[in-house]
Write a protein that binds this ligand. Structure first.
Ligand code: DX5
Ligand code: ZN
Length: 219
């Protein structure tokens, strides 16, 4: 499987989101990563289902929707109906994570689970075979443009081993502080999908940035 780049629109120009998505699609992005924040689970508020629904018209690329919200069960159907392809929930926010993952699949989306840097991998081990994607946070969620937490590399290696052993169909995604300088080690540690916000949208040339990223992750 080819490794993927998922630009996070959190660092895009919010007054021109549709154009920004079309620009990264043209530049070679594989997925569009959409960060949903509620001001409770994380100290920031971003976008909701109506925005996802209107952006759906801008591209055919998969929407990778990262819910950084409390009580995710309440909003899963709305995000699925808005056109999300993958919906990822935080293990720290879902009280009955197995049930939540079931809701995502029933709503017609692929089910992702994610854990914060301080949450150990064993937390998600029991439900990994019932998921489509594991997202490892390599920053504390809430803001774009933060520094990659070094210890995440070892966690990525461990997650790769765990997936290969018990749930080989699950994709491993990494989110937070991914740059041109570290993307090669992140892919080398076993990540399949690399989220990049500031590194893509903060660069002057999306096409060149994504091209160089893809060369570095080719393996
Ligand atoms: C962090 C978000 C990330 C963020 C990544 O809370 O979940 O997706 O946008 O941005 P960068 O790549 O700038 O760290
Ligand atoms: Zn994210």
């Amino acid at each position: 499987m080819m490794k993927k780049i998922a630009p996070s629109i959190l660092s895009a120009d919010f007054s021109r989101l549709g154009e920004e998505i079309r620009a990264v699609e043209k530049a070679g992005a594989d997925w569009i990563h959409i960060d949903v924040m509620d001001g409770h689970f994380v100290p920031n508020i971003t976008i909701g289902p109506p925005v996802v629904a209107s952006l759906r018209k801008a591209t055919t690329l998969p929407f990778d929707v990262h819910l950084m919200i409390e009580t995710p069960d309440k909003y899963i159907k709305a995000f699925a109906d808005a056109g999300s392809d993958v919906i990822t929930v935080h293990a720290e926010a879902a009280v009955h994570l197995h049930r939540t993952v079931g809701f995502i699949r029933e709503a017609g989306a692929k089910a992702g689970v994610t854990i914060n840097p301080a949450t150990p991998l064993v937390t998600i081990e029991p439900i990994l075979p019932d998921c489509d994607l594991l997202l490892l946070m390599s920053v504390n969620p809430g803001f774009g443009g933060q520094k990659f937490i070094r210890s995440s590399l070892e966690k990525i290696r461990e997650a790769r081993k765990l997936i290969d052993r018990i749930a080989p169909a699950v994709l491993l995604e990494v989110d937070g502080g991914v740059t041109l300088d570290n993307i090669q080690s992140i892919a080398g540690a076993g990540a399949d999908v690399m989220v990049a916000g500031a590194a893509v949208f903060g660069s002057g040339d999306y096409t060149e940035t994504i091209k160089v990223m893809k060369e570095k992750i080719r393996g």
